[in-house]
Design a protein around this ligand. Structure first.
Ligand code: FE2
Length: 230
């Protein structure tokens, strides 16, 4: 019996499949680079709005990943933390400059405007399926563990886990950055803030990991600060 035609057919099918596979790989690469371009465009837009935001967002991203590593998160969730950290304040694009750039003394209405950046940011990125996983970070990074945060006043474990991590990283960077109207907090005061805030403002377990890094691995914090100076 001659099996040659069958072998030939299999060969043809194999090469057809290989071609399809190559095309898929190429399409994926195109999508990935389109996605990265989108990320970069958004970064530029946020930066143009508020100079302070860039260094801040990059550091929050890096601190969040550091916390996530200590908490034993998967590579996939670490990636979500990294991107989510970069874009946590993307909704500030929608806040008027007159309010956003005001350094202190916000009235109630102005403060209410600032608070909207959480929901506005999540709404903005919602149509992009690639950003699906980071939406809870953007929307809930100002929630507090005791339920006194915004936008929804979620409490404890009801707050998405990655948003709780970014909340700790965000506060840590706010405390350790100098603003034109105040100096950064001393190390002692930062520690105090996390000790007081564990269980009220912050998830206690995550606050403890932050305290552990401050106390035992200050060089990791320094490295991030040097990498993303304002
Ligand atoms: Fe924010």
């Amino acid at each position: 019996m001659n099996n040659e035609p069958i072998a030939l057919e299999i060969d043809e099918e194999m090469s057809e499949m290989k071609k399809m596979n190559d095309e898929l790989t190429e399409t994926n690469a195109v999508l990935e680079s389109a996605y990265l371009e989108l990320v970069e465009t958004l970064r530029l837009a946020v930066e143009a709005k508020d100079n302070y935001t860039r260094g801040h967002s990059d550091r929050v991203s890096a601190y969040s990943v550091l916390l996530g590593e200590k908490l034993g998160l998967s590579t996939r969730r670490l990636k979500t933390l990294r991107i989510g950290g970069i874009f946590h304040d993307v909704g500030k694009i929608g806040v008027p400059d007159s309010i956003l750039l005001k350094e202190n003394g916000l009235n109630d209405n102005e403060y209410a405007e600032i608070k909207k950046h959480t929901v506005v940011g999540a709404d903005m990125l919602q149509p992009v399926s690639y950003f699906k996983n980071i939406l809870p970070i953007i929307k809930y990074h100002h929630e507090k563990y005791d339920g006194t945060g915004y936008p929804e006043g979620l409490k404890g474990e009801k707050i998405p886990y990655l948003a709780r991590i970014v909340a700790v990283a965000d506060s840590f960077d706010a405390m350790t950055s100098r603003r034109s109207y105040r100096n950064s907090l001393t190390r002692k005061k930062v520690i105090k803030q996390f000790e007081i805030g564990r269980g009220t403002q912050f998830d206690p377990q995550i606050a403890d990991v932050m305290l552990d890094i401050i106390n035992n691995e200050p060089e990791k914090i320094k490295e991030i600060q040097n990498r993303f100076e304002n």
